[in-house]
Design a protein around this ligand. Structure first.
Ligand code: PSU
Ligand code: MN
Length: 308
């Protein structure tokens, strides 16, 4: 049985950076283990960490290994998350059973945000959040990401929510849950693979300093310890062709329904179908979005650290 006294376990580098109030960026591991094809996923995991470092920050990839939650992985730990096909997908609610069982798993946005905030991290980068699925009225499938972010004080830089979802319904849920959303350099909510989902956002910021100012205002207000979503669009030149997107997504949704895919398997199934059906183009758009988010998160983290 692992000891549960000082969890999560911070890497030495992350601990030192936090002590010195240097910028630290949390990174999730589900995108590596379940969101991207092997072996490219390991390269991407390493590349994302390098992007944070290139901006002067310290990366903290988060995962559970043998029942221990880690904030900041070493090379061997990252390799295990990327390479081991038995790695589970852990949402926030799975953490306690995983710890008790000594399990190894990659953390979704909900579990990563929870562990990051517990460790004192303020900024987190991912691809697209989970949200309300299109057939919600039948399945009640809404990602645990949303409710967790409603009660976790962390800034999440994302390319919106995954376009496989019901985007307007997800935005409505975020409003109901009281999660702040700002567009980064845009008044449109991004569409993950696409630069725009077509939906409006109420607030727009233009610089990392402006994001840090919103974070400071959240702290000054006190009140519900909710997240701040910084919705950062993939550059138009790197987005997936919108017509191709709509066509292959409709096919993937239909196939998922026909094959009876449900629960945690839905998101990885659809992402994988899209990669195949677009000949890898959706993967490139996904990666472009994540890279942009990681870079921006590092800059936001630096702007935040500068105000402390
Ligand atoms: N962003 C990506 N790829 C992913 C995910 C996000 O670009 O695979 C993951 C995140 O970990 C997110 C999860 O929390 O998908 C949502 O899964 P679900 O719908 O089962 O909550
Ligand atoms: Mn789900």
């Amino acid at each position: 049985m692992p000891q549960h006294t000082a969890i999560p376990v911070l890497s030495e580098e992350v601990r030192e950076a936090l002590d010195r109030r240097l910028p630290v960026v949390a990174l999730e591991s589900t995108i590596i283990a379940h969101g991207l094809p092997r072996p490219r996923n390991l390269q991407v995991g390493e590349e994302l960490e390098a992007l944070v470092r290139a901006e002067g920050g310290v990366p903290a990839t988060i995962a559970v290994l043998d029942g221990v939650p880690y904030v900041g992985l070493d090379k061997a730990q990252l390799e295990r998350i990327a390479g081991d096909t038995a790695v589970r997908k852990l949402g926030h609610r799975d953490l306690a059973p995983a710890l008790a069982a000594g399990a190894t798993g990659a953390t979704t946005v909900s579990a990563t945000a929870f562990l990051a905030a517990r460790a004192g991290l303020r900024v987190f980068a991912t691809g697209g959040l989970g949200g309300v699925h299109r057939d919600w009225t039948l399945t009640q499938d809404e990602s645990a990401d949303l409710a967790l972010l409603a009660r976790t004080r962390i800034t999440v830089v994302c390319a919106g929510v995954k376009s496989i979802l019901d985007v307007p319904a997800t935005l409505q849920r975020l409003e109901t849950l009281g999660v702040a959303v700002v567009g980064y350099g845009t008044d449109r909510f991004p569409g993950f693979y696409l630069s725009s989902s077509g939906e409006p956002v109420d607030w727009t910021v233009h610089s990392p300093r402006e994001v840090a100012a919103v974070m400071a205002a959240q702290e000054a207000l006190g009140g519900p310890e909710s997240a701040l979503l910084v919705a950062n669009p993939v550059p138009e030149a790197e987005q997936l062709d919108p017509d191709l997107h709509d066509r292959v997504l409709a096919e993937a949704l239909e196939l998922g329904r026909a094959e009876g895919v449900t629960g945690q398997a839905v998101t990885p199934f659809l992402l994988d179908r899209l990669v195949r059906a677009t000949g890898g183009a959706s993967l490139e758009a996904n990666l472009a979005a994540v890279r942009g988010n990681v870079r921006l998160a590092a800059r936001v983290s630096a702007a935040w650290a500068a105000t402390r």
